[in-house]
Design a protein around this ligand. Structure first.
Ligand code: ADP
Ligand code: MG
Length: 680
C-alpha cells in the first residue's frame, strides 16, 4: 500500500476535523506533510552557564532549584510563578505566567534543563522556560522546527503529525534523482534530506538536507525550461518574412527610437523571419518604451497577414494598450480590439465575429484572452506584458491559442542579467538599457507633516500650469489603524482644497467600467488630481502627470515605490516624487533613503535585497516563476550554477527524459507546469 498518497486521516490522531484544518494549510495527503517545510528553526542545542548569559538570547541552562516555587497573584486572572535557580556560576530567576502546574512539577534541589528567553535588563530572568530532566532530550538538546500554523493547529500537533508521516514513509521514500547526479554533486539521499529538514540532527545535517532539496527543486525547474525550449524549437511556426515594413511604421512616430529600442526590434525581426517560434523576453526599466517594441512586432505580424494578441495583467493597462495601439495604427487603417472579463456576451460575440472573419487581426486584453471561450483567430504572435504578474501556466495557455506562435514577453522586474538568463532559461533575453532622451531625473523628497502646506501649494502651482498629479494612499476606506490615509477620506479633503471637479479617485474595488471612465478622464486632463491605491502601479502611462505623492510611503515595498514613481516623468516636463513616510517613521528610514538616492531599477532592486534579505523580494504577489518552496535564487547562487550545468547534461544525454532513471524528474516537471504538455 502506498502510504504517501493516502489521505492524512490515515495517520494516528487525525480525524475529519483535524484533517479539515490541515487542508486549510494546503495539506491533503501524507506526502504533502513531508514537503511542508519548516518556516524556521529553534536551536535548543546551545547550553550556557548562567554567568555567561546575554540579554535577549534564548538558550538552555542546566541548573538546580534553590528556592521553592513561589506563586503571586498580581491581579485577577494573573498569577506569576517564580523560581530561583543556580548552576554554581550565578543565580537566575525563572518566571511563568498563569501556570498552576509548575509548583507540582519542580522539586527543590533537583537539577533540570531549562530553555527560554533571557532578560538581564532590570531583573535577571528567564521567561516561561520549557524544562525537563537532564538526559530526557525531548524538549531540549535538539533543533526544533517552526511550522506555519493556522487557528486550531498548534505547533505541537503539526510537528507530531509530520514526525508520524516521516516514521511511516522516510525509509522507502523514492529518490527522484539518478545515482550519477547524487554522486557527482555529493548530495545526500532523499529520505535523509526530508528527515533532516524537519528534525535536523545538528546544524550540519540541516545544511546538507537543505542543499539537497534546493538542488532538486532548481534542477527540476531548469530542466523544465530547457525541455520547453527544446520542445518549441522542434515545432514550426509561421515565419513572418516581411520585416522591413516596420520602418514605415517607425517613420510615423513622433520621436526617433532609442538605440536600445532599435537594437531589440532588430533582434525580434531576425526571430520572426525564422520558422522556429520566437521565445523572447524583453526586460527594461519602467518608462524605457517597451510598448513600442510590442507595437512594432504586431505591425510586422499584421503586414504579413497574420493575427497577434497581447495580454496585460489589469483592465486599466489593457485598456491603455488598446488606446495607444488604436492611435498608432490609425494612419494605416489597422483595427484593434479589446477583450476583457467585463464585456457583455453581445460585445464578445461581435468581436469574435470580426476576428473569425479576419477583419480584426490585432487583439489586446486581460487574462480573459486565455479563457476557453475566447477565440483569437490562430495568432502567429503572442505578447505578454508585465509577465511577472502571470504564472508560467498562464503564459503557456495563451501560447496554446495559436499553433506554436512566436512569443514575446515583457517585464520591468529588475533582475541581474545572469539571473534572468537562468530564470527565463526557456527564453532569449533582450535588455533595454536606455531611457528615451530628455527624461530628467525625477526629484524625490522625503517629507514630514510640517511640509504639508507647502506641498499643497506646490500641487496647486503644478495643476495651474496644466500638469497633473497622482496621490497614492495605502487603503481604500478608513481603517482601525490610526494614521493610515485612505483614498475615500483623502479625496474628500482634497476636493475641499482644490475644487471637487478637479479631484477624483480610483481603486481596485471599483467596477472595471468605472475605472476605465476615471482613467479616461485623467488622461484627457479633465481630472487634475487622481487619488489612487496602488492599482496604478503597473504600466499606467499619462505623460502629462508630473507629480507623484505617496502617503504612508513606509508601508510600501521598494519595488512598488519604484513602480509608482515610474508613473511620472514620462513626458518632457520635470517630474517630482513626494514621499510622506507616515507617522512614527524615522526620517532616516533606509527605504526612503534608497528612493532618494537611486533612480535606476537595478540599483533599487539590489538595495532592496540588502535591506530585506533575499527571498522576500519577489513577494507572493510576484510569485509565478520565482515561487520556490525551499531554494532561494539569491542565496543559492552556488547551487544554481551547479544545477545549470547539471540540467544541460541531463537533457543532452536524454532529451525526452525517457530513460527509466529520469522518470521521476520528468514527472516532477509535468506537475510543475500542471498543464497538458506532453512528452512526445
Ligand atoms: P514601459 O517600458 O514602462 O512599458 P512605455 O512603453 O509605457 O514604457 O513608454 C513610456 C513613455 O515613453 C510613453 O509615453 C511612450 O510614448 C514614450 N516613448 C517610448 N519610446 C520613446 C522614444 N524612443 N522617445 C521618446 N519617447 C518614447
Ligand atoms: Mg509597460
Amino acid at each position: 500500500m502506498d502510504i504517501l498518497h493516502e489521505n492524512i486521516t490515515a495517520l494516528r490522531g487525525i480525524g475529519q476535523k483535524r484533517a479539515e484544518l490541515f487542508r486549510t494549510l494546503g495539506l491533503y495527503q501524507v506526502k504533502d506533510l513531508l514537503t511542508y517545510y519548516p518556516r524556521a528553526y529553534e536551536d535548543r542545542t546551545v547550553f550556557k552557564k548562567i554567568l555567561e548569559l546575554r540579554d535577549g538570547e534564548t538558550v538552555c541552562i542546566r541548573a538546580r532549584a534553590v528556592s521553592s516555587v513561589r506563586e503571586n497573584r498580581i491581579r485577577k486572572n494573573m498569577t506569576v510563578t517564580t523560581l530561583k535557580v543556580s548552576d554554581g556560576t550565578a543565580y537566575l530567576e525563572l518566571v511563568w505566567f498563569n501556570n498552576r502546574f509548575i509548583k507540582n512539577m519542580i522539586a527543590l534541589d533537583k537539577e533540570y534543563i531549562f530553555y527560554g528567553k533571557v532578560t538581564l535588563s532590570g531583573k535577571r530572568q528567564m521567561h516561561t522556560p520549557l524544562f525537563e530532566l537532564p538526559g530526557a532530550n525531548k524538549l531540549t538538546g535538539n533543533i526544533v522546527p517552526v511550522y506555519g500554523l493556522c487557528a486550531g493547529l498548534t505547533s505541537k500537533i503539526v510537528s507530531e503529525t509530520v514526525a508520524q508521516a516521516l516514521e511511516q514513509t522516510a525509509e522507502f521514500l523514492p529518490d527522484p534523482l539518478p545515482d550519477w547526479i547524487l554522486k557527482h554533486y555529493q548530495l545526500c539521499s532523499k529520505s535523509y534530506a526530508i528527515r533532516n529538514i524537519h528534525f535536523p540532527k545538528d546544524d550540519e545535517a540541516l545544511r546538507i538536507a537543505r542543499r539537497r532539496l534546493a538542488f532538486e527543486e532548481l534542477l527540476v525547474f531548469q530542466s523544465a525550461l530547457l525541455y520547453l525550449r527544446g520542445n518549441r524549437l522542434k515545432h514550426n511556426s509561421t515565419p513572418l518574412p516581411e520585416t522591413d515594413c516596420v520602418s514605415d511604421f517607425i517613420a510615423t512616430l513622433p520621436f526617433p527610437l532609442t538605440g536600445a529600442q532599435s537594437r531589440v526590434i532588430g533582434e525580434i525581426c531576425e526571430d520572426l523571419k525564422r520558422d522556429v517560434p520566437m521565445s523572447r523576453l524583453v526586460q527594461g526599466d519602467v518608462g524605457c518604451g517597451k510598448t513600442m517594441i510590442a507595437a512594432c512586432a504586431m505591425y510586422i505580424c499584421y503586414q504579413n497577414g497574420q493575427a497577434s494578441a497581447m495580454m496585460a495583467p489589469t483592465e486599466i493597462l489593457a485598456t491603455q494598450h488598446y488606446e495607444s495601439l488604436t492611435e498608432l495604427f490609425a494612419p494605416f487603417g489597422i483595427e484593434v480590439r479589446l477583450i476583457t472579463g467585463s464585456m457583455t456576451a453581445k460585445q464578445r460575440r461581435e468581436v469574435t465575429e470580426e476576428i473569425e472573419s479576419g477583419k480584426v487581426k490585432i487583439i489586446v486584453g486581460t487574462h480573459a484572452l486565455i479563457s476557453e471561450k475566447t477565440i483569437l483567430g490562430n495568432p502567429a504572435l503572442i505578447i505578454t506584458d508585465e509577465q511577472h504578474r502571470f504564472g508560467v501556466a498562464q503564459r503557456k495557455s495563451l501560447e496554446e491559442k495559436g499553433t506554436h506562435p512566436h512569443t514575446l514577453v515583457m517585464t520591468a522586474t529588475p533582475i541581474p542579467r545572469t539571473l534572468a538568463l537562468i530564470l527565463y532559461g526557456d527564453l532569449d533575453v533582450s535588455i533595454i538599457d536606455e531611457l528615451p532622451p530628455g527624461r530628467k531625473k525625477i526629484d524625490t523628497f522625503v517629507l514630514g507633516e510640517d511640509m504639508r502646506q507647502r506641498i499643497n501649494a506646490f500641487i496647486q502651482k503644478e495643476t495651474d500650469a496644466g500638469r497633473q498629479v497622482y496621490i497614492v494612499c495605502p487603503a481604500v476606506e478608513p481603517s482601525e489603524t490610526p494614521g493610515i490615509k485612505d483614498v475615500t477620506t483623502h479625496t474628500e479633503e482634497l476636493k475641499k482644497l482644490f475644487g471637487s471637479d478637479n479631484v477624483s479617485m480610483i481603486h481596485g474595488k471599483m467596477k472595471p467600467q468605472e475605472k476605465d471612465e476615471i482613467m479616461g478622464r485623467f488622461k484627457n486632463g479633465d481630472i487634475k488630481i487622481l487619488v489612487a491605491t496602488s492599482v496604478i502601479e503597473v504600466g499606467v502611462n499619462v505623460p502629462n502627470a508630473s507629480v507623484m505623492v505617496i502617503e504612508n510611503a513606509a508601508r510600501f515595498g521598494l519595488s512598488q515605490l519604484h513602480q509608482l514613481r515610474g508613473r511620472v516623468g514620462r513626458g518632457s516636463d520635470k517630474a517630482y516624487c513626494i514621499l510622506f513616510p507616515g507617522e512614527n517613521t524615522p526620517p532616516d528610514n533606509p527605504r526612503m533613503a534608497t528612493m532618494k538616492q537611486y533612480s535606476d531599477g537595478f540599483q533599487i532592486a539590489e538595495a532592496d535585497l540588502k535591506l530585506r534579505g533575499p527571498g522576500e523580494f519577489f513577494g507572493p504577489r510576484q510569485s509565478g516563476l520565482f515561487c520556490f518552496r525551499i531554494a532561494n535564487i539569491f542565496c543559492d547562487a552556488d547551487i544554481l550554477a551547479e544545477t545549470t550545468a547539471c540540467s544541460k547534461k541531463l537533457l543532452d544525454s536524454d532529451p525526452e527524459l525517457k530513460q527509466a532513471e529520469n522518470q521521476a524528474i520528468s514527472d516532477a516537471i509535468l506537475s510543475l507546469f500542471d498543464t497538458n504538455i506532453t512528452f512526445s
